[in-house]
Design a binder for this molecule. Sequence first.
Ligand code: PNS
Length: 156
Amino acid sequence: MCPGSFDPPTNGHLDVVGRAAQLFDEVVVAVLVNKSKKSLFTVDERMDMLAEVVKPWPNVVIGSFHGLLVDYCRDHDIRAIVKGLRAVTDFDYELQMAQMNQRLSGVDTLFMSTSPEYSFVSSSLVKEVATYGGDIAHLLPDSVHRRLLGRLAERS
Ligand code: PNS
């Protein structure tokens, strides 16, 4: 399971998902439905974008969940969560969540170091830079880049 907000998916996400797809028989990429968090794309749009960009890996499926991640894992018989670690700043919170999830359910979290070229990439930073006209083309899959520029144009 590779969970996240994916608002929108970046090349950093894709790096982790693609490498997980080579390690596991099946990978579920699941979008968190969080009504209290303001997002640029709807959950359906995020799932569409993900479905498009994971096409190279036939063993990757897209899902969505609300509530606890470990409940989704239990209901779908998922035994491992894969998370990308960009830098030491990710580690504290990710470790805390991994330990909580382990205690709640027995599901283990495996950390994958992101490729160094993506260690500074986050969805929120990409959105901020794009909002002010910065070039983020190299940080997103082409299809996502087009949709992001389209959405920002609609909003402005
Ligand atoms: O892409 P994000 O926003 O960093 O992803 C965070 C996510 C969705 C993986 C995390 O917030 C999560 O697992 N949320 C589900 C709710 C939950 O299980 N909370 C308890 C965590 S110990």
